[in-house]
Design a protein around this ligand. Structure first.
Ligand SMILES: [Zn+2]
Ligand SMILES: [Zn+2]
Length: 542
């Protein structure tokens, strides 16, 4: 009886308030790459915090259930709601093989389509990314994908992509298309037996600005815990036809949760501000691309960015987010957001993006000496680091005469600026599938001296490793690819290999230890961002 009465009340309330969006329209918004805004004028970001569940428990003092979101009907029941899905139907996806990625308006599109038609395919195009126009500035992360050979199965599409890549010498990937959205009724009941049910989605909000608790959230690295969230949660049906819980959170609250995980809150305030801007750029750049076929824009795992909800903030990081409100780093050539990547320590010299990761050179991600003009003069022999001078550069350590690079200045620099590690030869040989190594040779270095091509010769064959990350992984998780190798042989046999290295991380974009060092030397966050990201300028967008 109670359910029937409530359903009527909900329906009446919706029409009485004249909400501008129907429930179906609001559901469509979950899949949209449009940017939604809070009343405060900040982007509202949807982050999936749980998925694949049969049952979800949400609790908070004064929790409100909003079938279609704020402005529609509202139900106040007990303090704890158990949510289930009824008639959950998985989404239907089609997997396409992506054979080209172009910017919108690129004239090469017609050529690509013709080429693939001539190869007997039926090419289609898809658009990913998002287009935002804010304050007269257009932020365009869109890409046009040329896709062929659709499959119902991801593994088959990946195999087809590999075959096409090998046959035509191209970079091929896969792209999922949402052929049919997941569906089902979402039903919540409180401890007193009040039941609320809605098609596809239910929203939950805490009492005026309060936190809302979600039970049994998976932790990174195993186990579960209850977690609390700012803003609202909505429960919807995920790809698999199970329940997903999504946090719709204002950009500043989300960043306040993310920044302390990226840089210690004890870092100088100007470094924290630079980090806040970099994190904001990365956040906005990601919207509209990674989860196109999901009812949310981002996830809370390593895939997008690790986000553990409220309670991780530090007032110092939060202040840096507030002080840089709405500020984004834009490319000088008008092509949108800078890809504000960062790593812990560059070891004194940053790397070029194309050298480390492949792809086209990015004018904002050029490697150079991480120091002021006086440091660059002292180290002018190392403007470009190659096989001939990398050992000398690595010998210039924390005991070198000042002025030293920015990342050699802060107190905590010692753990990563210069390091030494003995390589587990047998394990490296296994990873490269060459057996016990007899020789390990550097074939190519980037502009910072980072190893970007490495050859392992072993008892079972040879292998070439490409890219800074693969090089580090193969040699057993080295801190960076900026190293020289010292082999020791016994009776013509390689018996020991030691890496003498510098830096921690990929070395692209901002050097976080360097940012602290530069801030300690009196630089502002604007100067920091200019130093680490070339051909760019800061603009307050909201
Ligand atoms: Zn993700
Ligand atoms: Zn550095």
């Amino acid at each position: 009886m109670r359910l029937a009465a409530l359903t009527v009340a909900v329906a009446l309330s919706v029409s009485a308030r004249g909400d501008e969006l129907s429930g179906a329209d609001k559901l469509r918004l979950q899949y949209s790459n449009q940017l939604a805004w809070t009343q405060d004028g900040l982007p509202l970001v949807t982050v999936r915090v749980m998925e694949g569940r049969d049952e979800v428990v949400i609790s908070a003092a004064g929790v409100r259930v909003l079938p279609d979101g704020e402005g529609g009907a509202e139900v106040r029941g007990g303090g704890s709601w158990t949510v289930r899905v009824q008639g959950g139907k998985p989404a239907k996806l089609k997997w396409h093989v992506v054979v080209a990625r172009l910017k919108p308006g690129d004239e090469k599109l017609q050529d690509e389509l013709r080429t693939w038609r001539e190869r007997g395919e039926k090419p289609r195009t898809f658009e990913t990314g998002a287009l935002f126009a804010i304050k007269g500035e257009v932020l365009d992360s869109r890409r046009v994908l040329v896709a062929v050979s659709p499959r119902d199965d991801e593994a088959q599409a990946r195999a087809a992509a590999q075959a096409l890549a090998a046959k035509h010498g191209i970079d091929a990937g896969v792209h999922p298309e949402l052929a049919e959205r997941a569906a089902g009724a979402v039903e919540a009941s409180d401890e007193k037996g009040v039941v609320v049910r809605n098609d596809g989605i239910l929203w939950f909000a805490g009492a005026a600005g309060g936190l809302i608790e979600l039970h049994d959230v998976d932790k990174e690295g195993g186990g579960r815990e209850h977690r609390r969230y700012f803003g609202k949660l909505y429960v919807t049906v995920d790809r698999a036809g199970k329940l997903a819980v999504v946090n719709a959170v204002a950009e500043d609250k989300l960043l306040a949760g993310l920044v302390p995980a990226e840089m210690p809150a004890s870092a100088p305030p100007e470094a924290l501000k630079a980090q806040a801007v970099a994190a904001r750029n990365e956040l906005l750049a990601k919207l509209g691309t990674p989860h196109l076929t999901d009812p949310y824009r981002l996830c809370s795992t390593q895939h997008c960015q690790v986000y553990a909800g409220a309670g991780r903030e530090d007032s110092r990081s939060t202040a840096a987010v507030a002080a840089t409100r709405g500020e984004l780093l834009l490319r000088d050539d008008g092509s949108g957001l800078v890809d504000t990547v960062y790593s812990s320590s560059c070891g004194g010299h940053g790397e070029d993006n194309d050298k480390a990761w492949g792809g086209a050179p990015d004018p904002s991600l050029r490697g150079k000496i991480d120091g002021d003009a006086a440091t660059a003069r002292r180290l002018s022999a190392f403007e470009r680091i190659g096989e001939d001078n990398v050992a000398a550069f690595l010998a210039d350590g924390l005991d070198a005469p000042p002025p030293r690079p920015y990342c050699a200045r802060p107190k905590g620099a010692a753990s990563s600026y210069r390091w030494h590690k003995k390589i587990d030869l047998a394990a490296a040989g296994e990873r490269a599938q060459v057996g016990k190594p007899t020789a390990v040779e550097v074939l190519e270095r980037g502009v910072s001296g980072r190893v970007i091509r490495l050859r392992l010769t072993g008892e079972r064959g040879k292998a070439e490793v490409r890219g800074e990350l693969e090089v580090r992984r193969t040699l057993g998780g080295l801190k960076s690819a900026l190293f020289v190798l010292e082999p020791r042989s016994d009776g013509g046999q390689l018996v020991e290999l030691t890496a003498h290295g510098g830096g921690h991380g990929h070395g692209l974009g901002m050097c976080q230890t360097g940012a602290a060092g530069m801030a300690e030397s009196g630089a502002s966050y604007r100067e920091l961002l200019k130093h680490y990201y070339g051909a760019s300028h800061l603009k307050r967008m909201y």
